[in-house]
Design a protein around this ligand. Structure first.
Ligand SMILES: Nc1nc(=O)c2c([nH]1)NC[C@@H]1CN(c3ccc(C(=O)N[C@@H](CCC(=O)O)C(=O)O)cc3)CN21
Ligand SMILES: O=c1ccn([C@H]2C[C@H](O)[C@@H](COP(=O)(O)O)O2)c(=O)[nH]1
Length: 634
C-alpha cells in the first residue's frame, strides 16, 4: 500500500536535493525576495532592480522570467550575480512522481516577498482571473495570501486606461490582501504613445521592497553590485517602454525595436541638468484625423480622456493620459533628432489635445503644460526647425526689434515682415479698446518691457531713453559680474501694463543660468529657460524656439560665454484647427541637421547687444524642407 500523502511529502523534502537546498535556505535567516518579470520592454530594468536589492543586507534574490520577458533580460547577467533564474521549462520538468519538487510551489515556500516588475497587462489579466498557465502565474495562483506581493504594472496607456485594468487591479487587491500595486508613471511608450502606463522608476520599486522587508543596506558592497547608479543606463539598451502582450512574443520584439533610443552613454560634456522626457518617436504611426471644421469636443473627450478611477485600499487614483508634469528627475535622454520633440508634441496634441474655443474664433486643440522641450545650443547649434522652412529673416528682425525696445509693428511691415500686422491693425486695436494707439502701435509689448519695464507708455514714437528698468542690460551685466546669481530674469509680463497692450505677451519670462566650462580651459556656458503662456504650435513656436536660441547665443557672445541649452516651457500649448492639415504634411517629413550660428563681428566691435545688425548673423547649413503655409488667427 502506498504511503499516506502527508508522509510522502515529508520524505520528499529529505530526499530531494532541490528541496533540501530550499529547506536550508528557508532557515538561513535571510530575506528571500522572489523577483519576476513579464513581457514588457521595462523588463530591461530587472537587472538594476536585482542589483539594487543585493545591496541590502541579508537579501537573497531569485528570479522568474516568463517567456516574453526573456526577450529583454540577459539571464547570464543575473546568474553572474549568483542569482538563480527560473523559466517556464523549470516548472514540472523535474517532476518524476510524488517525490519530485514542483517548482512553483517550492519557490512560493522559499519567498518571503514576490515582486513582479514589470507586470504586463496580459499577466495581470491572468492573475485576476486565476489562470495559471506558466511558472509565474502558477506561483501566484498558489501564493500564500499573507505574504506580500508587489506588482509594478507596465503597459500601453490605452491598456492602462481601459476599465478592464481597473477591474483586474480591484480583483487582485481584493483577493491578494497583502498586495501593493506600484502604480505606473507617465512615460514615452515603445509604440510612440506618451502617457500613463510606464513602469514606476526602478529605484522606487526597490525602495518599496526594502520598506516591506525592513531592509538595511550592506556596509560593504560586493563588486558586482557597486556603482549601480552609474551602470543604470549602460545596462538598459533602450527606453524602458511598456507595451506588452505576453502571449505574443512577436509583438514584444517589434515593440522593442520600435522603442526610442535612450542615451546609453553619459554625455561627453558634464551636464548635470535633467533632460525632459522625450516625447513619442517621430515614426509613431498613430493615425490622426484633422478636426472637422466644427471640431467636436464631445468626440474627442469621450475617446481620449477616459481615465480609470481606481478605488481599492492600496491603489491610488490614476490619471488621464495627458501629461501632468514630470514628477521625477529624468535621466539624460537623446531623441533621435531634437526637432522630434516639437513634432512629437504636435502628434501628442493632435491625439490628446482637447478641443477648445479660443479668443480668435478659430478653435484649437490644446494641452496644458507638456514636458519642456530642450535644445542644445552647443557647438554653435541653432535649433531652427528643418521640417519646414522657418522665416529666418522674420525671426531675426523681430528679435532685433524686441532688443531695440521698439513696439511699432510698422517698422517690421516696412521690412516686408507682416507677422504683427494682424495684431497692430486699426480694427484689432479698436476692438481691444486701444483707440488712442495709432495703427501699428502695439502698446508696451515685449521690447518695451525688456528695456523700459515700468515706465509710463505714451506711444511707440516717444523717447524712453533712461526710463524704466533696462532688464536686458541688467541681465548681461549680472551674467558678466555674478554669473551664478539666481535672479537673472527677463520678464515681459507686467500686469499693470497688460490692458495697454495689443496682445499680452505670450513668451513672458525667461531665466538665464551659467554653468562652469564643460572642458578644461573652456568658456562658461549659458543656458536659457523660457516660459510661454500661450503657444501656437504651427506658427509661433518655431519662431519662438529660434528667437530665444538666437537671443541666448547673442547674450552668451556678449558675455564671452558659450551657449549651452535652450529650454522651452509652455502653458496652453495649442494647434489651431485650420493648421491640422499643414502640420500633417510637416509630420511626414524627416528632420535634417540643424544649422549653426556664428557672428560676423567680434563682441567688442559690436559693443552692446542692441548694436547687432542683421548682417552680423551667419547661419550655415540650413537646408530645410520647403515652407508650409498656415494662416495666422487674429
Ligand atoms: N495666432 C497667432 N499666432 C502667433 O504665433 C502669433 C500671433 N498670433 N500674434 C503675434 C505673434 C507674431 N508671431 C508670428 C506671426 C505669424 C507668423 C507667420 O505667419 N509665419 C509664417 C511666415 C510668414 C511670412 O513668410 O511672412 C511661417 O510660415 O512661419 C509667425 C510668427 C507669433 N505670434
Ligand atoms: O510669440 C508668440 C506670440 C503669440 N503666439 C500665439 C499664441 C496664441 O495662439 C496667440 C495669442 O493669443 P492669446 O489669446 O493672447 O493667447 O499667439 C505664439 O505662439 N508665440
Amino acid at each position: 500500500m502506498s504511503q499516506p500523502l502527508h508522509a510522502r511529502f515529508a520524505t520528499r523534502a529529505v530526499k530531494n536535493p532541490m528541496i533540501m537546498e530550499k529547506e536550508h535556505q528557508l532557515t538561513d535567516s535571510k530575506h528571500h525576495v522572489l523577483v519576476a518579470a513579464t513581457g514588457s520592454v521595462a523588463a530591461i530594468k530587472l537587472i538594476m532592480i536585482v542589483k539594487a536589492l543585493l545591496t541590502y543586507d541579508s537579501v537573497d534574490v531569485q528570479v522568474i522570467l516568463t517567456d516574453p520577458a526573456r526577450n529583454f533580460v540577459e539571464t547570464e547577467a543575473l546568474t553572474s550575480l549568483g542569482v538563480k533564474v527560473y523559466t517556464n521549462v523549470d516548472d514540472w520538468t523535474c517532476w518524476n512522481g510524488l517525490d519530485s519538487p514542483i517548482t512553483h510551489i517550492e519557490l512560493r515556500r522559499w519567498a518571503h516577498l514576490l515582486l513582479i516588475a514589470p507586470l504586463s497587462a496580459n499577466s495581470m489579466a491572468k492573475i485576476a482571473n486565476g489562470i495559471c498557465d506558466n511558472l509565474l502565474t502558477s506561483l501566484v495562483r498558489a501564493w500564500a495570501l499573507h505574504k506580500p506581493m508587489l506588482l509594478a504594472p507596465a503597459m500601453n496607456t490605452m491598456m492602462w486606461t481601459n476599465p478592464i485594468t481597473q477591474e483586474h487591479m480591484e480583483t487582485i487587491g481584493r483577493i491578494y490582501k497583502n498586495t501593493e500595486i506600484i502604480l505606473p508613471i507617465e512615460k514615452v511608450l515603445a509604440c510612440g504613445d506618451i502617457g500613463m502606463g510606464g513602469m514606476a522608476e526602478w529605484r522606487n520599486i526597490v525602495a518599496k521592497v526594502a520598506e516591506h522587508l525592513h531592509l538595511e543596506h550592506k556596509k560593504v558592497l560586493p563588486n558586482a553590485v557597486k556603482n549601480i547608479e552609474n551602470q543604470d543606463e549602460d545596462e538598459s539598451s533602450g527606453t524602458e517602454n511598456e507595451e506588452s502582450n505576453e502571449d505574443d512574443e512577436q509583438d514584444s520584439k517589434e515593440q522593442d525595436s520600435e522603442s526610442n533610443e535612450e542615451n546609453n552613454n553619459p554625455p561627453s560634456y558634464v551636464d548635470v541638468t535633467p533632460k525632459a522626457s522625450p516625447l513619442p518617436s517621430s515614426n509613431s504611426s498613430s493615425i490622426i484625423e484633422p478636426p472637422t471644421s466644427q471640431p467636436s469636443s464631445a468626440k474627442k473627450a469621450s475617446a481620449k480622456f477616459v481615465a480609470p478611477s481606481i478605488h481599492s485600499g492600496q491603489l491610488a487614483q490614476s490619471q488621464p493620459p495627458l501629461q501632468s508634469g514630470l514628477s521625477s528627475i529624468r535621466v539624460p535622454s537623446k531623441p533621435s533628432h531634437e526637432e522630434n520633440q516639437y513634432l512629437d508634441l504636435i502628434r501628442y496634441i493632435m491625439q490628446y489635445g482637447r478641443s477648445r474655443p479660443d479668443r480668435t474664433g478659430t478653435g484649437t486643440h490644446s494641452v496644458f503644460a507638456p514636458p519642456q522641450l530642450r535644445f542644445s545650443l552647443r557647438n554653435q547649434t541653432l535649433p531652427l526647425l528643418t521640417t519646414k522652412r522657418v522665416f529666418l529673416r522674420g525671426v531675426l528682425e523681430e528679435l532685433l526689434w524686441f532688443i531695440s525696445g521698439d513696439t511699432d509693428a510698422n517698422h517690421l511691415t516696412e521690412k516686408g515682415i507682416h507677422i504683427w500686422d494682424g495684431n497692430g491693425s486699426r480694427e484689432f486695436l479698436d476692438q481691444r479698446g486701444l483707440n488712442h494707439l495709432r495703427t501699428g502701435d502695439l502698446g508696451p509689448v515685449y521690447g518695451f518691457q525688456w528695456r523700459h519695464f515700468g515706465a509710463d507708455y505714451v506711444g511707440c514714437d516717444a523717447d524712453y531713453r533712461g526710463k524704466g528698468v533696462d532688464q536686458l542690460a541688467q541681465v548681461i551685466h549680472t551674467l558678466k559680474t555674478n554669473p551664478y546669481d539666481r535672479r537673472i530674469i527677463l520678464s515681459a509680463w507686467n500686469p499693470l501694463a497688460i490692458p495697454e497692450m495689443a496682445l499680452p505677451p505670450c513668451h513672458i519670462f525667461c531665466q538665464f543660468y551659467v554653468n562652469e566650462p564643460s572642458k578644461p580651459g573652456g568658456k562658461l556656458e549659458l543656458s536659457c529657460m523660457m516660459y510661454q503662456r500661450s503657444a501656437d504650435m504651427g506658427l509661433g513656436v518655431p519662431f519662438n524656439i529660434a528667437s530665444y536660441s538666437i537671443l541666448t547665443h547673442m547674450v552668451a557672445y556678449m558675455c564671452g560665454y558659450e551657449a549651452a541649452e535652450f529650454i522651452h516651457v509652455m502653458g496652453d500649448c495649442h494647434i489651431y484647427n485650420d493648421h491640422f492639415e499643414a502640420l500633417q504634411t510637416q509630420l511626414a517629413r524627416t528632420p535634417k541637421s540643424f544649422p549653426t550660428l556664428s557672428f560676423r563681428r567680434g563682441a567688442t566691435d559690436i559693443g552692446e547687444i542692441d548694436q547687432f545688425s542683421i548682417e552680423d548673423f551667419i547661419i550655415e547649413g540650413y537646408e530645410p524642407w520647403g515652407p508650409i503655409k498656415m494662416k495666422m488667427s487674429v
